[in-house]
Design a protein around this ligand. Structure first.
Ligand code: ADP
Length: 193
């Protein structure tokens, strides 16, 4: 089963993806993680995208589609979880085409529904907790960049809700509930497909 976790920054996509990996043996494909890896290893592409990421903007479709294509060919497991991808309608079309080429389908798009106030609190807390624990704080986890990430989400990514609704793949889960409750709702949703 291949699924997308869809929702704004801070909605809990990464947390829920990690649960699905350990509980179902699925493979998490996070374009955010892939881009951070490219940055950390200092590749030319990583250097090119660093400033865009820090400001909260979106990296070009061409770059993220290339990354996903590369990983899809290597990954093995009990289905894919797309986390933070697709983020534009162009990426959504490209993902459909890639899966079709591989003889695979997209089985479900789980929307984690939340509200903005919670997102800001969660992200500010994530940064504070990381700093207190002596862990690296993401350069884009600050108020200014977060504002841009939210605007980008509403402008470019939220249209995917309508897109996948039209494809009859969309399921919405209350992302404001506790982590275990959200995980339970996702499980119920996936088991019903
Ligand atoms: P979050 O969901 O918390 O905003 P991510 O780790 O998914 O964080 O992404 C961090 C940044 O990486 C984004 O703000 C953007 O700059 C870049 N990025 C990640 N995925 C994509 C994508 N699919 N398309 C364009 N840019 C992306």
């Amino acid at each position: 089963m291949n699924i997308i976790l869809l929702g704004p920054p801070g909605a809990g996509k990464g947390t829920q993806a990690a649960r699905l990996v350990s509980e179902r043996g699925m493979v998490q494909l996070s374009t955010g993680d892939m881009l951070r890896e490219a940055r950390a290893s200092g590749t030319e592409m990583g250097q090119k995208v660093a400033a865009i990421m820090d400001s909260g903007g979106l990296v070009t479709d061409e770059i993220v589609i290339g990354l996903i294509e590369e990983k899809l060919q290597l990954a093995e497991g009990n289905g894919f979880i797309f986390d933070g991808f697709p983020r534009t309608l162009g990426q959504a079309d490209a993902l459909g085409a890639l899966l079709e080429k591989m003889g695979q389908s997209l089985d479900c798009v789980v929307e984690l529904a939340v509200n903005d106030e919670v997102l800001v609190d969660r992200i500010v807390n994530r940064a504070k907790e990381a700093a207190a624990a002596g862990e690296p704080v993401r350069a884009d986890d600050n108020a200014e960049s977060l504002k841009k990430r939210l605007i980008e989400y509403y402008k470019k990514t939220s249209p995917l809700i309508g897109y996948y609704h039209a494809h009859k793949a969309l399921r919405s889960v209350d992302g404001l509930a506790e982590i275990d409750v959200v995980a339970g709702e996702i499980k119920k949703t996936l088991d019903s497909i």
